[in-house]
Unconditional design. Structure first.
Length: 308
């Protein structure tokens, strides 16, 4: 979409509003944003480039107030999400939007990605984007969760996982796996230090990226579902009396001589239609295919005793 030409000159009333509401508050807004993100950020907005999209709305006479409101809304959303997701989330923003610049611009893709507004990361800048027909509409929502998280996920990165996967792993897996590991270790009569829980995140992400999984939200669910596969293992071990029957416990320990319990994505299954347990080279693998990822999770280790 070709942008409209910028205004050659703004009226005195509009210039005064820009000065009073945007220019005079810009330094404070940058300070607020920098304090939330823990490093220096700057704000960029070109009033002459934005004003032609006023559509006789809010921004026609109050352009400075409109720009300021977009930025205040963005700061509010970043503060809220940072409080919810923690320091790792602010580190992600700083890393992915590495220029540390927040801008206000017109949506430049055709067809537009947003009905009213949204955001993306381009050239290392975090951009507040408004629809060309809706400048000043739903201002506070431009960086809400369902806009900012996909923007970070789509930002260029050399990391082995997407932002959605990293965020899900932090929130859903890392916060809870220690308790699951303790359950498994206790059932085996081992200390936690004696066993290894291997989620295989990098290899599994790569495999899931190659083949379309059976669900659209697999990236966000990678951490949560991986945790549930291991929770399912603990459940099946308990149900099959691994912690009570010495013979069963001894047989499992002999088969899993490396004391490693892993989850992996494979192309085909050997014994089941959805997920299964396999013992290979002293390692216990819970496994499924990309198409069945997340299906019947609790049943993966159902045939554990049969494999012994």
């Amino acid at each position: 979409m070709a942008p409209l030409p910028p205004a050659e000159k703004l009226s005195l009333a509009v210039r005064k509003n820009v000065r009073d509401e945007y220019d005079n508050n810009k330094a404070d807004l940058e300070k607020q944003l920098s304090e939330i993100l823990g490093t220096d950020w700057t704000i960029e907005a070109d009033p002459k480039a934005i004003w032609p999209y006023h559509n006789d709305g809010y921004a026609k006479e109050s352009l400075g107030s409109c720009i300021k409101a977009y930025i205040e809304g963005a700061i509010f959303q970043i503060r809220y999400l940072s409080g919810r997701f923690g320091n790792e989330f602010t580190a992600e923003i700083n890393d992915l939007a590495h220029a540390h610049v927040l801008t206000v611009e017109v949506e430049d893709q055709d067809p537009p990605r947003f009905t009213y507004n949204g955001c993306d990361v381009k050239d290392g800048k975090l951009r507040i984007l408004f629809h060309e027909k809706n400048l000043g509409v739903n201002i506070d929502n431009a960086l809400q969760e369902n806009s900012l998280l996909p923007a970070l996920n789509n930002a260029p990165s050399d990391k082995p996982f997407s932002f959605h996967a990293r965020n899900g792993i932090r929130q859903d897996y890392e916060s809870a796996i220690a308790g699951v590991k303790k359950d498994i270790a206790d059932l085996l009569g081992k200390s936690q230090d004696e066993i290894t829980i291997n989620p295989n995140f990098e290899a599994n992400f790569a495999k899931l990226s190659e083949k379309a999984p059976g669900r659209d939200d697999w990236q966000e669910r990678l951490g949560n579902f991986t945790l549930k596969y291991f929770e399912g293992l603990a459940y099946q071990m308990r149900y099959q009396k691994v912690g009570e029957d010495e013979m069963v416990q001894e047989g499992l320990l002999e088969a899993v001589e490396k004391n490693e319990y892993a989850f992996r994505i494979v192309d085909t299954l050997k014994y089941s239609s959805y997920c299964e347990v396999v013992l290979e080279d002293g390692v216990l693998y819970l496994q499924t295919t990309p198409e069945k990822f997340g299906v019947n999770i609790d049943d993966a280790a159902q045939k554990l005793i049969d494999q012994l």
